[in-house]
Design a protein around this ligand. Sequence first.
Ligand SMILES: [Ca+2]
Ligand SMILES: [Ca+2]
Ligand SMILES: [Ca+2]
Ligand SMILES: [Ca+2]
Length: 661
Amino acid sequence: MRLLFLLLPVLLLAGCREEEPGSLFPRIDRETGEYWFFYYDSSASVQSVALAGSFNGWSATATPMKKRTDHLWSASIKLAPGKREQYKVVLNGTKWIPDPNAPYITMDQWRNSVIQTIRPDEFGLMFSSPIADGAAIRPEFIRLVFNDPKSILPAASVVVTLNGRPVRELTRLADGEIRVPVHPDLDGEIQVEIQIGHPNLNWYHSFLVFVWSKPIDLKTPPQNDAMVLYEIYIRQFADSNDDGTGDLKGITGKLPYLDSLGVTGLWLMPFNESPRDHGYAINDYLAIDREYGTMEDFRQLAMAADERGIDLWMDFVINHTDTTHPWFLDIRKKGKESRYWTWFQMTGDQPLSWKYFGMDDGMPKLNFQNPEVQDYFLKMAEFWMDPDQDGDFSDGVDGFRCDAAIEVPHSYWKRFRAHVKKIRPDVTILGEIWVADQLALLPFYDQEFDMTFDYPLYYTLRDAIHEQKPDLLMRFWQPMRQEVLPSGAQWVTFTSNHDNFRSLSLFRENRAEWNLAQNLLFALPGTPMVYYGDEAGLTGKNPPDTNVRQKMVFPAPTSDFYQTYRSLIALRKTFPVLAARDYKESPTLTFSTPEPGLLIVHRSDGNQKLTGYFNLSPAGLTFKKPYSGKPVTWNGTAWTVGESRPLTDLPAYGVSWLIPD
Ligand SMILES: [Ca+2]
Ligand SMILES: [Ca+2]
Ligand SMILES: [Ca+2]
Ligand SMILES: [Ca+2]
């Protein structure tokens, strides 16, 4: 038995295809009680692999994985039974990724891999696919693999229900594996329940998976495709009355500046009453923070923006409040007797305890199982779409940027969408879904959000440039992006925001590298976003330090950071093909990487063609074979098209745009 187990990685590898890691889920060695972890990666750049998790204090070095073959790593570690351990795989000491074969994944922004440990002699579920809380497209079956040391399964009764319906025709394989067919009519969130009966064992387990069998028919506001979004931290942006705090009137005064930059959408960080600087803990959802101005200031800003064709999106922070919210103060006073007791996720009354957001107990989580809470925020959304309730939306918000959307139940977002779209069909619903893998975005497009922030692209773009690997971007898009998201889906692309490095710092304060990243971002489908101050070349790392959320410095129109954004925004207006939707049914985007370091992005929609040439390497490139086309160049105010000529080289991190011959 032991010998066989040691051979396991070798046997597994024999079954591995290049693209398919096989069954490398963590499993227990019944002889030693140690857990074995495996990681498969065919990329040559992976020099070292380690496990970091709750079992080793999240150390990236404590549990190195041993290279067993060219592409397969493994590690064994003793874990106490009966615990839920979270972990990640660390590549080359710096890149943290979820274990693609973990049995569970957390639904928070960390997307940690999870393993529920058992004793080696105990019956339990080792692995399921799709993984619990994960998402999958058109799976034929759900795989369940059990640890079955006493061979209970062959003689046991097994009942599996999907959304409460028992499934017939379970396939029982050797080695404790059961396959549950997924009927094509099953769609969306599925509750999997497993009941195992045997004279020596009564075992029950349930989990959620998200599966998509049918295409999602998602209708989204068309104006978002050509939009360029701009994120504003109101406190730091523009101060109209010189009291030291940025305000709404300040933004109104800067609309001409934003207009000449070319942006057509504004995401305002929270403006509701809050005792916190950042505003992400609200104590009055129907008021403007007094530091930022008045309701009239808000309406004036909305109407002035509307006249310029600039959409206004509000930060919709409904997952949690601040502990100074009157609802929570009422609980502090009356305890369980408070009518708001069930509005929050209270966990005890002596002493008072509650579930909260992140690591901040000053941000108590609201209870969206409570219909009163649900209704309150439908009303609140109604209010901000049209503050004077006269049926004219020009004085209200055009969209909601939904904070921590991953923590609010899917069922609520579906109800929210149905409600606000009935009132205003072209209102935009944007979700902050902070995940690294794009499959995890899919559940949020099932009649919930029009758009999500493209964190998966953010990470991929960064890695492609840092590691000089154009193929990372190519694989990200084809077939993955085109396959995963429904054809109506929209997304916001970005290289910075108030929670991450400033863009220039992300690209190592190297102007050429930063310029390359912005050009690439604007070459791809999606709604690009500029974080206030990035157009002034501001730097900053490690939010929430003030250096990422510092005072705005308005740049001279001639500054090269400003010119980069102004020209790229103008490029998307001159070449609408760059903003075209790209899906499997109607592809507008093709990539190629004919030589190391070079990425060619070709956009074409039947009306227009534009090709971008990007040098992802820190050295100049002279092409083996020149590319021919009409050069498209920025003269400081407009894009001009020159006579056809060959493109023979690019400087370090250089970019060229051509209309191909
Ligand atoms: Ca002020
Ligand atoms: Ca305040
Ligand atoms: Ca508007
Ligand atoms: Ca109105």
